[in-house]
Unconditional design. Structure first.
Ligand SMILES: *Cc1c(COP(=O)(O)O)cnc(C)c1O
Length: 415
């Protein structure tokens, strides 16, 4: 029985946002707090809420909608595939699945032709679950330890959660899978002393997105590769947020540490441009560690999600979007850093953390004020705003945000 709001139940001063949010609270588990607006439509980099308000989307569903909303190439690819063959399970395969796995192997491991294979999943947390299982298969009983970094975010399923640092996320679900230890991010000495022949793997994000868009310091990934190789441990790079062109390179580690070849790379978010898909892509011996029956998923690699990812990759290539991300990202970061009240701008390409001075914070309040003025951003930390817009963002929309941010921060500094 639907109890959808009507003009009479929503009241005379109708706020459909308020009416739907009230129903949400009764129908949807309270894992996300009170949602922002109730969105009903998107086109390009703009979205509309149920009350008809238009917003510029500078978050893209948290680094997901890299082609914006309703991109014709993505819509056409998904529609055509769904009209032809939608779902088949992994008792079968499809040209889309095989092609995507091949394309990802080349995108992730471009340095020299490498033997690489992909496991296709449905989300970032699942991509990391697959990588966790690869790490366990690599480690066996003699390598029970797995290393991750403080402030790391790798997802919310129990395995990925064991790799995630934040106590508030972990503690309600303990005991978590054992053997995971957290090291200070960027500390090579700590890594050196932690690594030994009892370590199966090190998980790292090249830029810690949920921690506030914090890149690892220069040289850390190179040291991590050298030290893990020496210890016989896998290097697993989580590119769920940073991958698929978000930083202007296909993978953030290509940009930050071009000589580093990890054993496993995990992807999701931008990969399907909004369709749910994730992947763990492995090279060398790591690509052979999961055998028949050792892992699986009913939906993983389904033709529609795979076709969506192929359309995303093709569009990024044909429309020169990596160059666009780099050019706009660099210019915008410089301009944002010059706004009074901004202390620094971190990140790369179109994944940016804007550090705010105490005098204009806290960041969640700034994000709310920007929302009221028609700009979607979020605040992953109390002192940081995050931008992760579609790659097709126009100069005009980027500049409009810069002006609006300056105005909001000036008002708050004066207050
Ligand atoms: C978002 C994210 C995940 C989890 O992805 P989901 O699709 O939300 O499960 C894992 N790792 C990183 C770095 C992320 O940003």
């Amino acid at each position: 029985m639907s109890k959808h709001p009507t003009a009479s139940t929503a009241g005379s001063n109708v706020s459909w946002n308020t009416a739907w949010r009230a129903l949400y609270a009764g129908a949807v588990m309270n894992t996300f707090g009170t949602p922002g607006r109730v969105l009903v439509r998107g086109e390009g980099t703009h979205v509309w809420d149920v009350d008809g308000n238009e917003l510029i989307d500078l978050l893209a569903g948290i680094a997901v909608n890299c082609l914006g909303h309703a991109h014709p190439a993505l819509v056409a690819a998904i529609t055509e595939q769904l009209n032809t063959l939608g779902h088949i399970s992994n008792l079968f395969t499809s040209p889309a699945q095989v092609t995507l796995a091949e394309v990802l192997a080349d995108l992730v491991f471009p340095v020299e032709p490498q033997f690489a294979r992909a496991f296709l999943a449905n989300s970032g947390t699942e991509a990391n679950e697959a990588a966790f299982k690869i790490a366990r298969r690599h480690g066996g009983p003699s390598r029970p330890r797995i290393l991750a970094l403080e402030e790391a975010f790798h997802g919310r399923t129990i395995g990925a959660l064991a790799l995630t640092h934040k106590a508030a996320y972990r503690e309600p679900f303990e005991p978590l899978p054992g053997g995971v230890e957290f090291l200070p991010a960027g500390d090579v000495d700590a890594l050196r002393s932690a690594l030994g022949t009892d370590v199966a793997a090190l998980f790292v994000e090249p830029i810690q997105g949920e921690a506030g868009v914090r890149p690892l310091p220069a040289g850390y990934l190179e040291a991590a590769r050298e030290l893990t190789s020496a210890a016989g441990a896998l290097l697993i790079i989580d590119e769920v947020q940073t991958g698929m062109g978000r930083t202007g390179a296909w993978m953030a580690h290509h940009l930050l540490a071009p000589d580093v070849v990890p054993d496993v790379v995990t992807l999701a978010k931008g990969l399907g441009g909004g369709m749910p898909i994730g992947a763990a892509v492995a090279t060398g011996a790591a690509a052979e560690l999961l055998g028949p029956g050792q892992h699986g998923t009913t939906f993983g690699g389904n033709p529609v999600a795979a076709k969506a990812a192929l359309a995303v990759i093709e569009t990024i290539e044909t429309d020169g979007l990596l160059e666009r991300v780099t050019a706009l990202g660099d210019r915008w970061a410089t301009e944002l850093a010059a706004v009074p009240g901004v202390t620094e701008v971190r990140g790369a390409g179109l994944l940016r953390g804007i550090g705010l001075a105490d005098s204009v914070g806290p960041a969640p309040e700034v994000a709310s004020e920007l929302d009221r003025r028609g700009f979607i951003v979020n605040a992953p930390r109390p002192d940081t705003l995050r931008l992760a817009p579609p790659f097709i963002l126009s100069d005009a929309d980027a500049d409009a945000f810069t002006r609006e941010l300056a105005d909001v921060l000036a008002g708050r500094a004066a207050a």
